[in-house]
Design a protein around this ligand. Structure first.
Ligand SMILES: [Zn+2]
Length: 423
């Protein structure tokens, strides 16, 4: 048995491609409305008129002759417009035949939202991180998950926010559809989770060991104790000494854990997208617990990138600004009152209904961003001056900065020069 599934991916057309795509939608809308108009006229003249492919085909040819711009539209895309008119009309005739007194003609379209390539016969093609579209060009695409089975059709659609998507339908034999090997998915995003230390986009979660979390708690306690003592007092000096001791204990334990963690990640994955550490936030931040966490993340990134380089594995850092507040499936961004706060563990999408662990959802968004960033970096290298991708939203400024180190070196904020923690 064959199963059919839809796969939706975000497209990032260039300005020129955007113009072309919009033109296609408008042309298709015009063709749709013209075909519809002719049918309505024919029906009004003679209510025994029934739509058939032959009559519509000759109509379509006439419309094509009258409108030379249609030569820029792929013929099968127009065929699909034609199919949509037929479908709308079939519904109309069904209502007529059911004896509906006011069956209502199919409506003219004000907006045409999508075009469909009904056959996978070379009119579209996936090539790396690009989608080749007949008459449009190569559009950067974010393939955040693998298509399983044979691709049958492609629909290119625009949403209200003027974002473009490619929706593939693919068919797969049922027996092959079971048990996709999880190891096959080697490209992952990693979220710096709130409870678990990291969450991987494939669902893996890695928590810091308990002894480490306990040591961290003790560190916070020592910090509070020290800050309560009077400056310059003996008690203060003693408390600071205890704090420094605890700080180095935590640092050592953490480093040990992070070494093991990075080795595990690099052994299992070939491409890793991670949250960038926002340096500005770090400077402004006076929260000690947050500083520790930032320092841990900084150390993690440092180790990961250093080891990845010698292992030939790509690590890309992305801006984490919206990754936790966006649906990894449909791209919906939570509005103010919907936003998750620290206690929310599950991401629930009000638009498409997705329910997922919040950190894993964020990790998938990070992976998408990472793939996009890689595509753009590749694009910038491969065609300087050509069709540059137009990317209107987040994480657009930096293209090729994967290899740089981020922010102040770990420790530049926390302990002072003599090793005692800053208070
Ligand atoms: Zn959604």
């Amino acid at each position: 048995m064959d199963t059919k599934r839809g796969y939706k991916y975000r497209l990032y057309p260039s300005k020129r491609q955007l113009d072309k795509l919009s033109t296609q939608l408008n042309l298709c809308k015009d063709v749709y409305n013209k075909l519809l108009e002719s049918c309505i006229e024919a029906y009004k003249k003679d209510s025994s008129f029934r739509i058939n492919r032959k009559s519509l085909n000759s109509l379509l040819n006439k419309i094509k002759e009258e409108n030379p711009r249609l030569s820029g539209t792929y013929s099968q895309v127009l065929q699909n417009v034609f199919d949509r008119v037929i479908k709308a009309y079939e519904n109309f005739f069904r209502r007529v035949e059911e004896g509906n007194q006011k069956p209502g003609f199919p409506k003219f379209k004000q907006h045409y939202k999508s075009i469909t390539y009904p056959q996978n016969n070379g009119s579209f093609k996936l090539k790396g991180n690009k989608l080749l579209l007949s008459k449009i060009g190569e559009i950067p695409i974010v393939l955040h998950r693998k298509i399983e089975g044979d691709i049958k059709t492609l629909t290119v659609e625009r949403n209200r926010a003027n974002q473009w998507f490619a929706v593939f339908s693919a068919e797969k034999e049922e027996k092959d559809a079971v048990a996709a090997d999880p190891k096959e998915q080697k490209e992952v995003g990693i979220d710096r989770g709130l409870i678990s230390l990291v969450a991987v986009s494939d669902g893996t979660k890695v928590a810091a060991p308990k002894f480490f979390r306990k040591a961290e708690e003790r560190l916070k306690l020592r910090q509070r104790q020290a800050s309560k003592k009077k400056k310059g007092s003996n008690n203060r000096r003693k408390a600071v000494k205890k704090l420094a001791k605890q700080y180095f204990k935590v640092t050592n334990q953490r480093e040990d854990f992070l070494h093991k963690l990075t080795v595990m990640l690099l052994r299992n994955y070939t491409f890793i997208a991670v949250e960038k550490l926002l340096v500005d936030n770090m400077k402004r931040n006076h929260n000690y617990a947050k500083s520790i966490s930032d320092a841990a993340w900084s150390k993690f990134l440092q180790l990961l990138k250093y080891k990845a380089e010698s292992a030939g594995i790509q690590v890309i850092e992305v801006n984490p600004e919206y990754t936790s507040q966006e649906c990894s499936d449909c791209g919906y961004r939570l509005m103010k009152e919907e936003r998750l706060d620290k206690s929310d563990r599950i991401f629930k999408c009000p638009k498409c209904g997705l329910e997922m662990d919040r950190d894993v959802n964020a990790a998938i968004n990070i992976l998408k961003e990472g793939i996009l960033k890689r595509a753009r970096a590749g694009l910038a290298q491969s065609n300087a001056g050509g069709d540059e991708a137009s990317v209107s939203d987040k994480a657009d400024a930096s293209i090729v900065e994967e290899t740089g180190t981020i922010g102040p070196k770990e420790g530049s904020k926390l302990p002072t020069k003599d090793g005692s923690p800053r208070l």
